[in-house]
Every structure is written in C-alpha cells, then in structure tokens.
Design a protein around this ligand. Structure first.
Ligand code: TMP
Length: 211
C-alpha cells in the first residue's frame, strides 16, 4: 500500500518547523500509520546529500554573484528530482509516510509569483522533477508579511529572505492563490499553536477516512 504524503508551505517565519514537530509526535503516538510502517520527515531544498550542496548554492549569501532566476529555478528543480527519486517515492512505495517542509508550491510561489517566471515553464519542470508524485494534502501556514518580518528580526536572512517586502508580498499572494486548490488547507499561522495543530490533526483524520 502507498503511504501518505503531507506537505507544509508558507513564507519564512510561518512556524512550519514547530507544526511539523507537533504533527510527527502526534502521528507516532496514534495508530494512523500502519504497524510496520514509519514516518519520514524531510525538506526542500536539502532533503538529500546532493540536495544539501544545492541548498547552499541557492541560499548562501557569501556567493559573490547570485544565480540568475532561471538558474535558480533549475537548481530547485534538480533538488526536487533527486529528493523525489531518492527519498519520497521509495518511502511512499513502502507504505511509509512522508512529511516535507516545502515542495512544488514553493517554486510556484517564489519563482512564479515572486520572480515572475513563466508558470507553464515551472509546471513543465515540476512534471519532470516529480514524475507524477503529488502530496495528499498541503497545509499553508498563512501569516501576514509584517509578522513574518517581525518573527525573523533576530535571525540572519538567507539569499531569498533578503529579497524584501514587495517580493515577499508577491510570494504570499501566490500561496493564497495556490491554497484555493482542494488538496490544500489554509490555516492562520497567527492563531495559537494549539489551535493550528488541532486543525491539522482533524484534516489528517479526514484524509484517512476519505481514502
Ligand atoms: P527554508 O528556509 O524554509 O528551508 O526554505 C529555503 C528558502 O528557499 C525559502 O526562502 C524559500 C525558498 N524556496 C524557493 O524559493 N523555491 C523553492 O522551490 C523552495 C523549495 C524554496
């Protein structure tokens, strides 16, 4: 039996890591994941060894010249292709579950809505990189950009985070548009952590019931 694939998306500072940790603790404590199957937590970019090198090429602020936007897009696609082939597909094929911190939605939001690259080009690359693997559910942790900036004020920005307010605002609009899809669930990331995790849990229970 094929396992479940859960993705978390959102602009930086939306609290994805906290919710992923909460969800994984809860899942492990329930019997939703079949006995003999496990849960794998991963992320993009950088979910594989090769991906970690790609991640530093993408996000390192000390690189003298930033990649141009098409190079950036191809690097995210390369990271995803390796991630799907090395981790996501084999894990799901065994019936194990995967939670990924970011997936294709991030490329559509950041490179599509943020960098204004052609959405059809992004979708073509997505099809190549994922070979049809798609999340069962994607949670968007939605946060106002002012709050994202406030939460990150004591953290060193990576290259994408340095892009500024207008870029971030476009990315956020992109995520809003993507979250209209029926496989996405938008949650307000300024609600209490307890409220957010309880909504996530009820969506996961629904997912199991319906499939
Ligand atoms: P992270 O800090 O949440 O791991 O994400 C790394 C950064 O990469 C974040 O600023 C979002 C950006 N990103 C893209 O621009 N496109 C993508 O396809 C992905 C996966 C991430």
């Amino acid at each position: 039996m094929k396992g479940k694939f859960i993705v978390f998306e959102g602009i930086d500072g939306s609290g994805k890591t906290t919710q992923i940790n909460q969800l994984s603790k809860w899942l492990i404590s329930t019997d939703l994941i079949p006995e003999n199957n496990k849960l794998v937590i991963t992320r993009e970019p950088g979910g594989t060894k090769l991906g970690k090198s790609i991640r530093s090429l993408l996000l390192d602020t000390s690189i003298e010249k930033s990649p141009d936007s098409i190079t950036e897009l191809l690097l995210y696609a390369a990271d995803r292709s390796q991630h799907v082939n090395e981790i996501i597909r084999p894990t799901l094929d065994q019936g194990d579950w995967v939670i990924s911190d970011r997936f294709c939605g991030s490329t559509l939001a950041y490179q599509g809505y943020g960098r204004k690259l052609d959405i059809n080009l992004i979708k073509d690359l997505e099809a190549i990189a994922t070979q049809g693997i798609a999340p069962d559910i994607t949670f968007l942790l939605d946060i106002p950009i002012e709050e994202s900036i406030r939460r990150r004020r004591n953290r060193k920005d990576d290259r994408i985070e340095k892009e500024g307010r207008e870029f971030l605002s476009n990315v956020s609009l992109g995520f809003q548009a993507l979250s209209e899809d029926s496989n996405w669930k938008k949650l307000s990331a300024i609600d209490s952590k307890e409220k957010i995790i309880s909504e996530i849990k009820s969506e996961i229970k629904k997912l199991i019931k319906n499939k």
